[in-house]
Design a protein around this ligand. Structure first.
Ligand SMILES: NC(=O)c1ccc[n+]([C@@H]2O[C@H](COP(=O)([O-])OP(=O)(O)OC[C@H]3O[C@@H](n4cnc5c(N)ncnc54)[C@H](O)[C@@H]3O)[C@@H](O)[C@H]2O)c1
Length: 251
């Protein structure tokens, strides 16, 4: 990954920050994109000592004009991108019957639509410049199996899984690989918020490994898929969940 040009969305917190850190440790040039300007600045300061080079771009990926501008800025900064990590995401916990159209649209816009827009523009540019790039989409175990109070989130993540496969099929001829990572319960601010809303529930009860995962454990999987070590892997979803999904029939 030395000097590779990488764009990570949602890089100011949690898993995205962990992914950016991993790539920087390996000497990559990383653009950290997020809508949270303050957290983004703090993150850049924290990651300054790493081997690679970090650059911040503030953007709300739910706003299409802003997103398109940010993609151009990201591409132009190092005259191209080798790796795109679609990580930014939002989860709202509410019953299926209570989900408003505006919340449904918001989740779809951030989680699914922005992943499509970013991937389409970046892959077009990669094709034009003959870059054998790699795209990794962050989905979720919730995109592979149902759960309560997250119908919009679960649907958006299931959409990412099929988008990943469909892109992989069409982009393979250009040397572009597309994969996804599906984390289980990972210690991040997003997960803490969901847990608070759920009260005292022990969320790792059904996870065979009986603990939450770390952002580094997810970042390691993302790094592997993006790297040449995964040169024959495309269209796959790597589940990183401590065995949670394998345990679906347990009571
Ligand atoms: N934490 C988990 O347990 C878990 C499990 C499965 C999947 N995921 C997925 O991993 C990804 C990262 O989650 P996390 O837990 O690190 O969350 P997080 O809330 O800690 O971080 C998400 C980051 O995305 C940014 N973001 C959100 N909406 C944005 C927008 N419209 N434009 C730009 N940036 C935006 C936020 O500002 C934040 O910095 C998400 O796609 C999430 O669905 C997380």
């Amino acid at each position: 990954m030395n000097h590779k040009r990488v764009l990570v969305t949602g890089a100011a917190s949690g898993i995205g920050r962990g992914i950016a850190e991993k790539f920087l440790e390996e000497g990559a040039r990383v653009i950290l994109l997020d809508k949270d300007e303050k957290n983004l600045k703090d993150t850049i300061i924290q990651l300054k000592s790493k081997k690679g080079i970090a650059h911040a771009i503030v953007c709300d990926i739910a706003q299409e004009k802003e997103l398109r501008l940010a993609i151009e800025q990201s591409w132009d900064y190092w005259d191209g991108l080798d790796v795109l990590i679609n990580n930014a995401g939002l989860a709202l916990r509410e019953s299926f019957v209570d989900i408003s159209i505006s919340n449904w649209d918001l989740i779809m816009d951030i989680n699914l639509r922005a992943t499509f827009v970013l991937s389409q523009i970046v892959s077009k540019k990669m094709i034009a410049k003959d870059i054998a790039g790699s795209i990794v989409n962050i989905t979720s175990k919730n995109g592979l199996s149902g759960s309560s109070k997250l119908a919009h989130y679960n649907t958006s993540k299931a959409g990412i899984n099929l988008l990943t496969q469909s892109m992989a099929v069409e982009l393979a001829r250009y040397g572009i690989r597309v994969n996804a990572v599906a984390p289980g319960f990972i210690e991040t601010p997003l997960d803490r918020e969901l847990k608070q809303q759920e009260g005292s529930l022990n969320i790792t009860d059904k996870t065979p490994m009986k603990r939450m995962g770390t952002v580094l454990e997810v970042a390691n999987g993302v790094f592997f898929l993006a790297s040449d070590a995964a040169s024959y892997i495309t269209g796959t979803t790597l589940v990183i969940d401590g065995g949670h999904l394998a345990n679906a029939s347990e009571f």
